[in-house]
Write a protein that binds this ligand. Structure first.
Ligand code: WTA
Length: 567
């Protein structure tokens, strides 16, 4: 029996109080995600239950019970409090998927500070703009990433502490750097958790914008109410499940459903801190008897590409439910998974801004391969006309996805950017910026984004950020960045550039520019191809027309070009 039972019944009788009651929360109470994910689970008699099975490079394994999670997060919380970090200070987590990242997140929340997780593959420039925007007070990182922080230190006077969690004392630490060893620190059994309330800020996730710098999406502790219930009803996590969320907590899936969801339910989860590999992933499932697996379409397509024979080498019979998020899950991938695993991947749709799942395929519901499913109970959603923002009720007609605001995990603002935040609301709807149709049965079918943001392997990349970074290269005069189709990643970054006088459009230069972006931004943002042009297509007012270049890449109709510059 699935946790949700009948989707239709749940929708009919829905009230967020269901989740509040299960979490014994009453309006006005203290609510702290750090406490809910550790102390409360221990108080419920699960102190000795495994919370995390972690595996790193070379098969190195570590296991932690919920009591360990409670104590380790207390240790980090105490360390941060002793440093003088206060509630609402921003503390950045800049680490690989090591245990300190997970316990650090809860520790930050326990002192009422705001956790700012950033993907550890970010280069110095990506890191800088996000730390600068949030005026981050402290960064927790690893030896291998500290050089990126050192590079930008001068530009960050507000950054007071750089905490290195794996310092071995071999090289002297520099100004503002501190060593901290979670395993050698003395246990902190009792910790006075900061009494955060429903609207106290919790996590600040940065997401890419089309035109400006990345935006800090501010979430609050009350988000737990949505995250807990959707984990229970959509991922269907049950007491004896062994859960694996493949997402990195540098992105929202890795916190909402890679920390908060499973641990607030007291579920054992696995973390694999190595890169992708079909063999290593299947082996991980077999070894840990993973039963519920939440992943992303790019990973599924990569597994498909690796072939069915690899699947057959492993015993994957422990799997009982699969789900996916982050980018369009094509019908072929769902059909393939049904064939090889005997289970379809259940697609889920949501965003950093929504904080929790919005449109999903629910256990027990008929899966239509290629569809994102239906709105989550408690969420009112539909599609609206892009001009009038009036709801479109006619089936199979395209429009913008829209949700009525009010679910608990909704972002509360963009950090220091109220104007952009307000611009996301139209005619009483929150507009996430995606296009879809809805069929006669209420299923959503994703059509595409309504902006130029590139979704590569489930990670959003801003063309603006890449274009700006390209201009920093001495050879580049102008740049335009668009998505280019890709079999596995769906989209990859492609750059069109014009060169400054004296530079030749060579292959060496192309490689040099690619590397330049990889280092400054990240491997995800690195263009997979650079095309040299004599001049970029522009409107009469001088705006570069990405739309045209994108259409060319996708073999689409170019559309209205009447505003194009005359030759
Ligand atoms: C896209 C990730 C198609 C969409 C949780 C959205 C999807 C953006 C799906 C959010 C899906 C997410 N099908 N597209 N099931 N899920 N997207 O903020 O464009 O990193 O707006 O959050 O990814 O990406 P974000």
């Amino acid at each position: 029996m699935s946790n949700i039972g009948s989707y239709e019944e749940r929708v009919k009788n829905f009230n967020w109080k269901i989740s509040e009651d299960e979490l014994s929360y009453n309006a006005g109470d203290v609510i702290n995600i750090g406490w809910y994910c550790s102390d409360r689970i221990c108080q419920m008699g699960k102190a000795d239950k495994l919370a995390m099975i972690w595996e790193g490079l070379g098969g190195k394994e570590k296991k932690y019970t919920f009591d360990d999670v409670r104590i380790k997060s207390n240790v980090i919380a105490q360390f941060l409090r002793d440093l003088g970090i206060k509630n609402e200070d921003r503390v950045c987590l800049f680490m690989d998927k090591i245990p300190e990242l997970y316990f650090g997140c809860l520790g930050i929340l326990k002192i009422g500070a705001i956790a700012q997780p950033l993907f550890s593959a970010f280069g110095d420039e990506s890191l800088h703009v996000r730390l600068e925007n949030a005026e981050t007070n402290t960064i927790i990182t690893q030896k291998k990433h500290v050089s990126k922080v050192r590079k930008i230190l001068e530009k960050m006077p507000y950054l007071k502490h750089i905490v290195v969690v794996d310092d071995d004392g071999r090289k002297p630490l520099r100004e503002r750097e501190l060593a901290f060893n979670m395993d050698e620190a003395e246990d902190v059994n009792q910790f006075e958790i900061f009494p955060t309330k429903a609207e106290s800020p919790s996590i600040l996730h940065y997401t890419s914008g089309t035109t400006g710098q990345p935006k800090g999406v501010k979430h609050v502790h009350y988000s737990l109410i949505s995250q807990y219930l959707t984990t229970k009803w959509v991922l269907d996590l049950q007491e004896n499940d062994i859960y694996w969320c493949t997402a990195d907590p540098g992105w929202v899936t890795g916190t909402s459903y890679g920390i908060i969801g499973p641990w607030s339910l007291g579920i054992t989860q696995c973390v694999l801190d190595t890169g992708f590999g079909a063999d290593s992933w299947y082996r991980f499932i077999e070894k840990n008897k993973i039963s519920m697996w939440y992943s992303a379409p790019t990973a599924i397509r990569s597994l498909m590409k690796a072939g069915d024979e690899v699947v057959e080498k492993y015993d994957l019979s422990s799997l009982r439910h699969l789900a996916s998020v982050g980018e369009p899950l094509n019908a072929e991938a769902v059909i393939w998974s049904e064939k090889v695993f005997g289970l379809p991947f259940y697609d889920t749709y949501w965003q950093t801004e929504t904080g929790s799942m919005m449109i999903c395929n629910f256990p027990g519901m008929k899966v239509k391969p290629g569809s994102m499913g239906k709105t989550v109970p408690g969420v009112t959603g539909g599609i609206v006309d892009p001009e009038t923002f009036e709801e479109i009720t006619e089936p199979n007609k395209g429009g913008l996805i829209a949700f009525r605001p009010g679910w608990p995990a909704m972002m509360r603002s963009y950090w220091n950017n109220e104007e952009t935040y307000q611009s996301k609301f139209k005619n009483g709807w929150y507009i996430p910026g995606d296009k879809s149709t809805i069929d006669g049965d209420g299923y959503f079918w994703f059509m595409g984004r309504d902006d130029d943001i590139i979704n590569t392997g489930g990670h959003l990349v801003s063309p603006f950020e890449v274009e700006s970074a390209l201009l920093e290269h001495e050879s580049i005069a102008e740049s335009a960045v668009v998505a280019k189709p890709d079999m596995v990643n769906m989209e990859v970054v492609k750059a069109f550039v014009t060169l400054n006088a004296g530079f030749k459009p060579t292959e060496e230069l192309e490689l040099e520019i690619m590397n330049f972006i990889r280092k400054r931004l990240s491997p995800l943002a690195m263009p997979q191809e650079i095309e040299y042009l004599e001049k970029l297509p522009k409107t009469r007012s001088g705006k570069i027309m990405r739309r045209l270049l994108r259409a060319q890449e996708w073999g689409e109709e170019i559309g209205d070009t009447s505003t194009l510059e005359d030759d």
